[in-house]
Design a protein around this ligand. Structure first.
Ligand SMILES: Nc1ncnc2c1ncn2[C@@H]1O[C@H](COP(=O)(O)OP(=O)(O)O)[C@@H](O)[C@H]1O
Ligand SMILES: [Mg+2]
Length: 267
C-alpha cells in the first residue's frame, strides 16, 4: 500500500500534540421564549440572553508519535470539543495547543463535506483540505471509492446519502490521506458490522511509529484492543489518563456498569 507520508524518519515518543491548560467556553444565544424575570435581567445586558457552557476546563494532555490514544467519557464530557480544538477548527478560550504534524480529522457526522456536491467532488474537496495535491487525490481516488463501497452513488449529491453512506465516504477519505495525526471522533461505530470491521482493520493498519491516532469512542472493547493509552474526560476535565484497561475499568466502575459485555459492545 502506498503512503503519502513525506517523512520516513521514526518519530516514536516524539511529541505529536501538546495540550496545555486548555479551556473552552461556548456562549450561545438562547432562542426559547424568555420569562418576564429573565427578560428584565437581559435588558440590563443589552437585551441578549445567553447560555454559557464550560466545555473544557484546564485540560493538559500530551500525545506522542506511536501512540493510539482512546478518548472516553459520557455524552457532553467535552470529547468532540477537544478534538475540534486539536484539529484547529475551534480556537480554545484558554491555554495552548501545539500540533507537530499534519492532521486529518474524521469528526462526528456533518463536518467537512458539502452536501450539494457529489461524493466524487467531496473526495477532492476533502483531500485538498487535508493538504493533498490534485494529482495525489487522483492517484488515490479509486482506492477511496472502492473502500467506501458506494458504487455509482459516488456521483450522486451527498445530500441523497444515508448517514451510513456519508460516514463510509468520510472514513475512506480520512484513512487514505494517511496523515501524521489522525483523529476519529465516533465514526467507527457507523455503518454495518462488516464496514465497522473493515474500518477497524484499517485503523489497526494505520498504527505506526510515525503516526499518532486519537480515537473517540464508546466501544470499550475496541478501545481495549486497539489503544495503548486512554484519556477519560468528564464535565470538561481530564479525570484520568493511562493504561487502557486501568482507565476503562475505572470509567466503567464510575458508570456503575461493571463489565457487562453487552455494554462493552454497544455503539
Ligand atoms: N457548538 C456548541 N455550542 C454550544 N454548546 C456546545 C457546542 N458544542 C458542544 N456544546 C456543549 O459543550 C459540552 C461538551 O460537548 P461535546 O464536546 O460535544 O461533548 P462530547 O463529545 O463528549 O459528547 C456539552 O455541554 C455541549 O452541550
Ligand atoms: Mg462528541
Amino acid at each position: 500500500m502506498s503512503s503519502l507520508s513525506a517523512s520516513n524518519i521514526h518519530k516514536t515518543n516524539e511529541l505529536a500534540v501538546s495540550i496545555r491548560n486548555v479551556g473552552l467556553t461556548y456562549t450561545t444565544a438562547i432562542d426559547r421564549r424568555p420569562t418576564l424575570k429573565a427578560r428584565v435581567k437581559a435588558l440590563g445586558r443589552g437585551g441578549k440572553q445567553t447560555r454559557v457552557v464550560r466545555a473544557l476546563d484546564d485540560v493538559n494532555l500530551d500525545v506522542e508519535y506511536g501512540q493510539v490514544l482512546g478518548v472516553i467519557g459520557t455524552n457532553g464530557a467535552g470529547k468532540s470539543s477537544l478534538m475540534r480544538c486539536v484539529a484547529g477548527i475551534l480556537p480554545p478560550t484558554q491555554g495552548r495547543i501545539e500540533v507537530y504534524g499534519s492532521v486529518s480529522t474524521l469528526l462526528a457526522l456533518g463536518v467537512g463535506f458539502n452536501p450539494s456536491m457529489s461524493g466524487r467532488d467531496n473526495v477532492y474537496l476533502g483531500g485538498l483540505a487535508a493538504g493533498m495535491s490534485r494529482e495525489e487525490i487522483e492517484g488515490h481516488f479509486e482506492e477511496i471509492a472502492d473502500f467506501s463501497e458506494l458504487g455509482d452513488a459516488i456521483d450522486a449529491p451527498m445530500r441523497t446519502y444515508s448517514s451510513g453512506m456519508y460516514a463510509r465516504l468520510a472514513f475512506s477519505v480520512a484513512a487514505t490521506v494517511r496523515p501524521d495525526i489522525l483523529i476519529i471522533d465516533e465514526a467507527l461505530s457507523t455503518g454495518d458490522a462488516k464496514f465497522k470491521e473493515k474500518s477497524l482493520n484499517r485503523v489497526k493498519e494505520l498504527r505506526s511509529d510515525d503516526r499518532a491516532l486519537i480515537l473517540v469512542s464508546h466501544a470499550m472493547q475496541t478501545l481495549r484492543d486497539t489503544c495503548n493509552d486512554v484519556a477519560w474526560l468528564h464535565k470538561g476535565k481530564l479525570i484520568q489518563r493511562g493504561e487502557p484497561n486501568q482507565v476503562i475499568d475505572a470509567y466503567q466502575e464510575f458508570l456503575h456498569l461493571g463489565k457487562s459485555a453487552a455494554i462493552d459492545e454497544d455503539v
